[in-house]
Design a protein around this ligand. Structure first.
Ligand code: ADP
Ligand code: ZN
Length: 605
């Protein structure tokens, strides 16, 4: 069975291996066992139900909370050649009837449906006439009042399942679930001895930073100035802040849109659409925005204020870098954030179905979560370590990729590593940029490096024990101090100066502050991608955007950033080579392979 699953993963989705947790979940489902899966945003939950759906006889229903996003999910499946449709109130009655008729004729493998549709007479009737083998419940925490996104509509799912002639396999998926929420999901959905899995919460490609500031907007502006055109989300805790930051961005000539619960439904939809389709790179939003958004090319998430708890924070921040490309999560906070959150907590209303005792318990629980969130802003420990410890994971206390790890510098005598770096640059003919120099020093096997036979250099692999962060840091400092210069132009290359010759000859020594010498964790290193060739990347991006526009779908559904980046790195020359790239399955190869190859062959550098 698993062989068949691998084949589908490869042929349709263009991926070679399942990620952590996916294999176990897929095989449990294929053995007809219920599943409760807790996986962080970006871990790849969709594959876990889409692949089994292809192997089950009848229809797979996917219950999803946000009707506005079902369409994108269905487009994504159609792009890889899988028959899928969605049913919700955004469709005209004729279209809804068409989908129902097609469902009856077994035209689809997956049907995405809003919970509100489940108990309609027509859908119940239809459900009894066809075989529903599997029901996948996305964002399953919405079923619990203890979760942060309770949706009463989700309670209909159980009613619906109880009315089916045979009980399908049930899979519940969510990114965040505390013990209470987990118990609620299992109990309310009546999961039958489910295979329960919580995968690692680490997202190695995300870098975290926390900054205390009194002028957040200026800091945000300074940050955005380096992020030309990259896509990002700015979360604010109130609608007023959203409006104000949005207005200030426009005033400073940044293209941005906005989203909060106070906007008209059609405005919200239009703004979200513009962001998802890359028509506007930045969206300023309250936490009302984001659930169900699968946009994989979000490069940064900024929090303008401290959120109310780590769960919300990690879920929101986790919307960056879903495709595994490097991405940044910045949190700004000021003393007043704690007060604002405290105010929200103090003025929280008791729900109709909540007893006084429950309400007090709930408040105490929220208070505790707010405290942990506040500590996050003040801790001097590794931020990643703090988050993962919060979710119960034991990890190294240094990640090298968060503001605390990076701020914890130490004075080092770097004469020897600096000599190695300078000598490497010299031997490479002073013809390369930072990335390639770092790769050579660290003994990378990137294909361009191998093609240019840079692995035969004497300096290849001589700083293998120094982290990339450290080498880059030393190079940056060498530039600042005048030991190196870069050429201008599109491909800046590193060049030596007279000062560097002295250092190379051992006539001077050099000390500098560099991050503490704790090796970066090796785990998951392959997931971290740095953009190989920004110019080629942006050319490919343009082609992707044109193709997406023609079909009126978001660009990332054509190829993810990670796939584009791999194309830049490998520069395939034939369709066969193209097929080896992650994210290019059979259909996408047929549809887009040639077009991308043509661009690559025209590209000279
Ligand atoms: P989640 O729903 O858990 O947030 P998604 O299902 O949206 O995550 O997947 C996130 C990204 O990871 C998508 O771009 C998806 O195509 C990619 N992905 C999922 N599984 C794999 C895999 N096995 N190999 C490579 N990429 C994968
Ligand atoms: Zn860290």
């Amino acid at each position: 069975m698993l062989d068949a699953a691998h084949k589908i993963l490869h042929t349709y989705f263009g991926y070679n291996t399942f990620r952590e947790g996916q294999t176990e979940i897929v095989s449990a489902l294929l053995n007809k066992q219920d599943v409760l899966a807790i996986m962080p945003t970006g871990a790849g939950k969709s594959i876990c139900y889409q692949v089994p759906a292809m192997l089950f006889e009848g229809l797979t229903l996917v219950i999803s909370p946000l009707i506005s996003l079902m369409q994108d999910q269905v487009h994504a499946l159609n792009q890889v050649g899988i028959a899928a449709a969605f049913l919700n109130s955004s469709l005209s009655i004729e279209k809804q009837n068409q989908v129902l008729a097609d469902t009856k004729n077994n035209a689809y493998t997956l049907l995405y449906i809003a919970p509100e549709q489940l108990l309609t007479q027509r859908f119940l009737l239809l459900s009894k006439e066809i075989t529903i083998s599997f029901i996948s419940i996305d964002e399953a925490h919405c079923i619990s009042q203890w979760g942060h996104d309770f949706r009463p509509g989700y309670l209909r799912v159980t009613d619906y399942i109880n009315q089916l002639p045979t009980r399908p396999i049930i899979g519940a998926f969510t990114a965040t679930a505390t013990k209470i929420v987990k118990a609620d999901i299992t109990q309310i959905l009546n999961l039958d001895d489910p295979f329960s899995i919580t995968t690692g919460f680490d997202r190695p490609n995300l870098s975290f930073s926390v900054h205390k500031t009194n002028n957040t907007f200026n800091e945000i502006k300074a940050y955005l100035a380096q992020k030309h055109g990259l896509s990002g989300i700015i979360y604010c805790s109130t609608r007023v802040a959203v409006e104000s930051i949005h207005a200030q961005l426009l005033e400073s000539n940044y293209a941005a849109t906005l989203y909060h619960a106070g906007l008209l439904a059609e405005t919200k939809l239009a703004n979200q659409h513009a962001f998802v389709r890359d028509e506007v790179p930045i969206i300023v939003a309250t936490n009302a925005f984001g659930m169900g958004i699968d946009k994989s090319n979000v490069s940064f998430v900024i929090h303008h204020n401290m959120p109310k708890n780590i769960e919300s924070y990690y879920q929101e921040a986790g919307r960056a870098g879903r495709d595994g490309s490097p991405a940044q999560c910045l949190l700004f906070y000021s003393g007043s954030d704690v007060r604002t959150n405290q105010f929200f907590l103090d003025t929280m209303e008791q729900g109709e179905n909540t007893s006084d005792v429950q309400f007090l318990e709930f408040k105490a629980f929220e208070q505790e979560r707010l405290k942990k969130m506040t500590f996050f802003c003040y801790t001097e420990d590794c931020l990643r370590h703090y988050i993962l410890a919060y979710f119960g994971e034991n990890t190294a206390s240094y990640c090298g990729n968060c503001s605390n790890c990076l701020d914890n510098f130490e004075q080092y005598d770097v004469t020897i590593p600096a000599q190695k770096i300078l000598s490497c640059i010299k031997r490479m003919g002073e013809n390369f940029g930072i990335k390639m120099v770092v790769d050579v020093l660290r003994g990378s096997k990137n294909s361009r490096l191998l093609t240019l036979r840079l692995n035969e250099q004497k300096t290849y692999d001589i700083l293998a024990d120094t982290s990339e962060t450290q080498i880059r840091h030393i190079i940056q400092q060498l530039l600042v101090l005048g030991y190196l210069i870069t050429t201008n132009g599109q491909y800046p290359t590193l060049k030596l100066t007279s000062m560097s010759l002295e250092l190379l000859l051992g006539k001077s020594t050099l000390s500098m502050n560099i991050p503490k010498n704790i090796p970066l964790p090796q785990k998951n290193k392959s997931q971290t991608i740095t953009f190989a060739n920004p110019e080629l990347f942006s050319i490919l991006q343009k082609l992707r955007q044109t193709l997406a526009k023609k079909q009126n779908i978001p660009a990332y559904l054509i190829f993810s950033n990670a796939t584009l980046n791999e194309i830049c790195q490998k520069r395939p020359a034939t369709l066969e080579q193209m097929a080896t790239i992650n994210g290019i399955g059979k259909i996408k190869l047929e549809q887009y392979g040639r077009l991308f190859l043509d661009i690559l062959s025209d590209y000279e550098h």
